[in-house]
Design a protein around this ligand. Structure first.
Ligand code: GLC
Length: 747
């Protein structure tokens, strides 16, 4: 690709240009001449600005900041505007802290529930991940602070993350693992993209020219700078040649010397270095211009926003006998360590030092001042007498009208840097719940976890279950808001809940071995897998109940050159206001290629008062129903009759309709490697080959040879044409075949 001729750094020497390509420290870029240094900081759900000791694992202290719901929670809101508002609030705090770049959002696909960082990612589905990621980036950048879209790409586990090669086929790469990144780059143009630690099909992301230049820039039109993950650069010269712009952290004198020497020896194109230095210069200038001095953060308002986001993130998984919402009276036994020691975020570089933390027990007490509320830990994530803790909890539960049991994963069980090796809740918690359910039928379970946990072995027996994922510092208040009905839950699962870990798509290939992890399940990640295998799950992707009910009617679907338009009427048929997330899935049952049974292609949320109805319209752009055509390495839409499903989850399909979509004309040149069947199907080449075979007395291959009872045409169908060249009997010389192919390809 022609490299820009004139750059902004023409006036700088090679060493000065090289200095721009490496961090000045852990969080700053270099200042060079009138090019300012800029400061960056983690992290996706709260600012982690360190002013003393620095690290990229959340070990050393950071400045107090609002801890919003991590992506696992924010994702469950399925609410673009809320994600935008959180991004904007984060930017305010970044501006006030003189931070120009916030290192997020993390939008890697949740390939396997055991991945230690799934709490930092939005979903198992690329469309939902891309939509939430775009909104977050737009919100952040609207306030003059840049994003760093991460981790590009295929960083879907923590095990051996700095060396392992994510090995995946082209369609799966494009349609699942790159799709969300493409959507965010096209929709939100993040100031930076952070390349990941891992290799992609054998080549480190940090020096993967195909990924960083051919795809990210040439195809998607990315205009910003590529920043390495911290310590991801292995060969700086190769990285700059591939399209990496900023190695973090710095300084790295050896790497800089190697780059300078490579340019001087013409082993690295000076223009490539100049291009990289220019991008860093443009980033620094852009950040400097967008700086706003004197920003004063209203941390109370941000806490309220965190609480609103947290409440919207809560998923009502079960609610038998309308046990929820609770009345704020009577005897309520609050059980579980997490009711007093909230689990609201997880470990690693995203770890925030919160401005304050709501404690669920206190919030429950505040919202039910007339209730008789008891508390018992029930279990301990530290040492403790499990028997005694459980006995006390059972006693409280038995003596109460209702029990609210807080269960989940401890901070030690999930974090950046390592994966889980199972998805079960701790045995002592399951034993506690079993014992409580025995004495108290009116039991509500509240879950706190980053990665999915198995619910089929106990939790699902409770009559009411709230999935609180990880909700950030205001989660305790949000849970109380939902428990007592001040907020009608509207969250939806963004990740399937499997019956058992052995059912998950990557069961046989995660986390890989000896430097390679094969994405053997291909396209069938998450619900795509369970649907293709017609497997039961405890709760499906997109699931979430409400304190009211919604009916769907009047579905209309129309296709045009731009895509598919879906209109449907939603009615709040229950007794209170609520929010419904209307989900659109498409399918092409008669497809000629491998496909998921149905895929999320659009969604919208609608707030309705009791009895209110509204018709909503959802546009599915034509590109959304395209698949990656490996015959021509491009997106193409397959023609056919598509099923359009409108659902309250991926498995709660309320209405369906079909619509015919014209396919793209994909020109696939015929070559000597084209099969006999492919050539026979060509309107011109087919008859020509058929005639030649007849001349050679091979007659009509479409019928089997009687005495042998074989179907010759079927046997010959997949033989590449060029293999006939050696068989003189066919009369098909190379000249003849090449003439036929040339004529066919001319069209
Ligand atoms: C970490 C993470 C990345 C983070 C960076 C800086 O290792 O992988 O998400 O932004 O380093 O802390």
């Amino acid at each position: 690709m022609a490299i820009q001729e004139t750059t902004e750094v023409d006036g700088l020497s090679v060493p000065e240009q090289v200095s721009l390509t490496t961090g000045a420290g852990f969080w700053q870029t270099v200042e060079a001449g009138d090019i300012p240094s800029i400061t960056m900081a983690d992290g996706p759900h709260g600012l982690r600005k360190q002013t003393a000791a620095t690290d990229n694992l959340g070990i050393s202290k950071s400045e107090p900041a609002t801890c919003f719901p991590p992506a696992v929670g924010l994702g469950q809101t399925w609410d673009h505007s809320l994600a935008q508002r959180v991004g904007a609030a984060l930017a305010e705090e970044a501006q006030a802290a003189d931070v120009s770049l916030v290192l997020g959002p993390g939008i890697n696909i949740k390939r396997d529930p055991r991945c230690g960082r799934n709490f930092e990612y939005f979903s198992e589905d690329p469309l939902l991940s891309g939509a939430m990621g775009s909104a977050w980036v737009q919100g952040l950048q609207s306030r003059g602070v840049g994003a760093s879209l991460k981790h590009f790409a295929l960083n879907n586990q923590e095990h051996d993350r700095m060396r392992i090669s994510s090995d995946v086929d082209d369609r799966t790469m494009r349609e699942i693992y790159l799709r969300a990144f493409e959507q965010v780059v096209r929709d939100a143009q993040p100031w930076t993209v952070m390349c990941s630690y891992n290799r992609v099909n054998g080549v480190h992301a940090a020096q993967n020219h195909w990924l960083l230049t051919e795809v990210l820039r040439d195809e998607w039109g990315f205009e910003g700078a590529v920043v390495s993950d911290w310590g991801a650069v292995v060969d700086k010269v190769a990285s700059i040649a591939a399209g990496l712009d900023l190695q973090m952290p710095g300084p790295d004198r050896d790497a800089d010397a190697a780059v300078t020497a490579a340019v001087e020896r013409s082993e690295l194109d000076a223009a490539a270095l100049a291009r990289t230095a220019t991008r860093i210069t443009e980033l620094a200038r852009r950040a400097a211009q967008a700086k706003r001095a004197g920003v004063r953060v209203n941390f109370n308002a941000h806490h309220s926003l965190a609480r609103e986001a947290a409440a919207a993130a809560v998923v009502l998984l079960k609610n038998e006998r309308a046990l929820l919402p609770l009345r704020p009276t009577g005897a309520i036994a609050v059980i579980g360590e997490f009711a007093t020691e909230p689990r609201y975020q997880a470990g690693g570089s995203s770890h925030v030092n919160p401005t304050r933390v709501d404690v669920a027990l206190d919030e429950i007490r505040a919202q039910a001042p007339r209730a008789q509320i008891t508390f018992s830990a029930g279990f301990s994530t530290r040492a403790g007498d499990a028997e005694a803790l459980r006995a006390e909890a059972v006693r409280h539960a038995r003596d109460a009208d209702t029990a609210v049991v807080f269960l989940g994963l401890s901070a030690a069980q999930e974090s950046e840097g390592f994966d889980r090796d199972h998805i079960d809740l701790p045995a002592d918690q399951l034993e506690l719940l079993r014992a409580v359910l025995e004495v108290q039928p009116d039991t509500v379970v509240v879950l706190s976890h980053g990665g999915v946990v198995r619910l089929s072995n106990g939790v699902v027996s409770a009559p009411a279950v709230l999935d609180g994922a990880l909700l950030g510092q205001a989660g305790g208040g949000a849970i109380a808001d939902v428990l007592f009905g001040h907020v009608n839950p509207s969250g939806r699962l963004t990740e399937s809940v499997p019956e058992r870990i052995e059912d998950v798509p990557a069961w046989l290939s995660f986390p890989g071995e000896r430097g390679s992890v094969r994405y053997a399940e291909g396209l069938h990640v998450g619900y795509r897998w369970y649907d293709a295998r017609d497997m039961s799950v405890t709760f499906p992707f997109g699931h979430g109940l409400s304190y009211t009910t919604f009916d769907y009617s009047d579905l209309a679907v129309a296709a045009d050159d731009e895509g598919i338009t879906v209109t449907v009427t939603v009615t709040n048929s229950g007794g209170r206001a609520g929010r419904e997330v209307v989900q659109i899935y498409t399918a092409l049952p008669e497809s000629e290629i491998t496909r998921a049974v149905r895929e999320l292609k659009g969604f919208t949320a609608v707030h309705l008062a009791a009895g209110e109805r509204r018709t909503v319209e959802i546009r599915i752009a034509r590109r959304e129903i395209a698949t990656w055509d490996t015959r021509v390495d491009a997106w193409s839409v397959e023609g056919g009759t598509y099923d359009v499903h409108v659902g309250a989850s991926s498995r709660d399909i309320r209405l369906s309709a079909s619509v015919k979509v014209d396919g793209d004309d994909v020109f696939v040149p015929l070559t000597l490697e084209s099969s006999f069947a492919e050539v026979a199907a060509h309107p011109m080449a087919g008859p020509a080959i058929e005639a030649k075979l007849k001349e050679a007395g091979l007659g009509d291959t479409s019928s089997g040879s009687d005495e042998l009872g074989m179907d010759v045409a079927k046997m010959a169908a997949s033989i590449p044409l060029g293999r006939y060249l050696g068989q003189g009997t066919t009369g098909m010389t190379r000249e003849f075949i090449e003439a036929v192919l040339a004529k066919a390809n001319r069209g």
